[in-house]
Design a binder for this molecule. Structure first.
Ligand code: CA
Length: 232
């Protein structure tokens, strides 16, 4: 699959937004399919086999979070959700239900395209089994479990490594507090966000040049963390 030919399914009830997204994304060589309700969206996801879904959380017929759950039961297609500022809680629930990333309206098309590219790249990367992650002066050899910064090896504790590994698997995308806590510490610790503050602080201290102003390990306030795919 090349990104240029990827089929993107837009599930969005607002016709002007749909038209706008269709023309801006279509102009980048992606093929676009559209659905104006959650039910039509689920049918299109099944029938047209898209490479990625852009899902508006505010739909007239179905709860957006329920749509994410249905899509996840059917497979692991990348899902990017669009939410309004008033839907903060829904947004986090949708991410916890398995959506891969989000944008809050209003957003720029440049931002949307960058997120779509990151998601499609991640799928392509999983397909070729890339085992070395590299950003700036940071290198993580996932096969040998070795981390280095500017050529110098850095020792991580097992928990720090698992946390970093999880963020690497979602490079460029947000990972929620709940996802991180569940996968690194277990379901019984899903609420213990102070663990994350402590361990993310340690990781930044080891991996960032200026831990107070991180370049790679970014905070998504109230949502989770994001590991950048390239330097900003
Ligand atoms: Ca809507």
């Amino acid at each position: 699959m090349t990104n240029a030919k990827a089929l993107i399914l837009l599930i969005e009830d607002d016709a002007p937004t749909r038209r706008f997204l269709k023309s801006s994304l279509g102009g980048h060589g992606w093929r676009i399919a559209e659905a104006e309700t959650g039910k039509l969206g689920l049918a299109a996801a099944k029938g047209q086999n898209p490479d990625l879904i852009v899902l508006d959380l505010g739909l007239p017929d179905l709860d957006g979070v329920a749509v994410v759950r249905c899509l996840r039961q059917a497979g692991d297609i990348p899902i990017l959700i669009l939410s309004a500022r008033s839907q903060e809680a829904d947004k986090i629930n949708a991410l916890d239900a398995g959506a891969d990333d989000y944008l809050t309206k209003p957003f720029s098309t440049g931002e949307l395209e960058a997120r779509i590219r990151a998601l499609l790249r991640r799928v392509a990367k999983i397909a070729v089994q890339h085992h070395v992650f590299q950003v700036g002066d940071l290198t993580v050899d996932l096969t040998r479990r070795k981390v280095s910064k500017a050529g110098a090896e850095i020792h991580l504790t097992p928990i720090e490594y698992r946390l970093l590994g999880l963020l690497i698997r979602h490079t460029g995308l947000v990972v929620t507090h709940r996802q991180l806590l569940r996968e690194v510490w277990g379901a019984e610790h899903a609420q213990d966000t102070h663990y994350l503050r402590i361990y993310m602080g340690q990781l930044r201290h080891k991996l960032e040049t200026d831990p107070a102003r991180p370049r790679y390990l970014l905070t998504e306030v109230g949502v989770g963390y994001r590991l950048l795919a390239s330097e900003i």
